[in-house]
Design a protein around this ligand. Structure first.
Ligand code: AMP
Length: 216
């Protein structure tokens, strides 16, 4: 199965995409995670991306299209995939349509998690992630056993710089302006699956699994 996960920052798409990828045994590709890793390692890609990410702006299309194109050429997408955080603009959506058409790959569904702005601001202000393994936590919904320490690897938990309130406001505005139009792109293709993203992680996951008709 080849899927795209869409939703405003904080809608839970990263968490749900990772969980689904494990269940259906496919590749989970988060462009946000890839870019954060590049920034952390100080690679050329990271140096190019950092200032855009710090401001909550999108990294230029050609960089992201190049990244996904490379994954496709390396055969990484061949066993099924969930793209999480890509595409985020109409040019990115058109570019992967063209690449996938050329190589005979189809997108089965674009899953859109719907969560309103008030809930998003509440969620993002409590979101923390491990600076070592990137595991996600949320105060108070999913607290670590020990304050500021990752349950999985013992790494230090930190708030993402782009989850600071001023940057969040910009990220939400950027989503509405640049990413929302791609919801219409997939609706027109009749592959948009809209899922209520409010509720516990288990409840939202159950809705996704049911919507996609994935066997339990
Ligand atoms: P995320 O973790 O998906 O919220 O992504 C964090 C940041 O990475 C975004 O705010 C953007 O700066 C950048 N980013 C991730 N994916 C993309 C994309 N497809 N296009 C442009 N920028 C992206």
């Amino acid at each position: 199965m080849n899927l795209i996960f869409l939703g405003v920052p904080g809608s839970g798409k990263g968490t749900q995409a990772a969980r689904l990828a494990q269940k259906i045994n496919c590749l989970h590709l988060s462009t946000g995670d890839m870019l954060r890793a590049a920034v952390k390692e100080g690679t050329e890609l990271g140096l190019k991306a950092k200032s855009f990410m710090d401001a909550g702006d999108l990294v230029p299309d050609e960089i992201l299209i190049g990244l996904i194109g490379e994954k496709q050429q390396n055969g990484d997408l061949d066993r099924g995939f969930i793209l999480d955080g890509f595409p985020r603009t109409i040019p990115q959506a058109m570019a992967i349509d063209a690449i996938f058409e050329r190589v005979g790959l189809t997108i089965d569904k674009a899953v859109l998690l719907i969560v309103d702005d008030d809930e998003i601001i509440k969620r993002l202000s409590g979101r923390m992630s491990c600076s070592e393994c990137q595991a996600g936590f949320n105060y108070p919904a999913k607290m670590p056993k020990q304050e500021s320490v990752c349950d999985k690897c013992g790494g230090k938990l930190a708030r993402r710089h782009d989850d600071e309130p001023e940057v969040v406001k910009n990220r939400l505005a950027v989503y509405k302006e640049q990413t929302m139009p791609i919801e219409g792109h997939y609706r027109e293709k009749a592959i948009l699956l809209e899922v209520d993203g409010v509720g516990s992680q288990d409840e939202v996951f159950a809705r996704i699994v049911e919507g996609l008709k994935v066997s339990a």
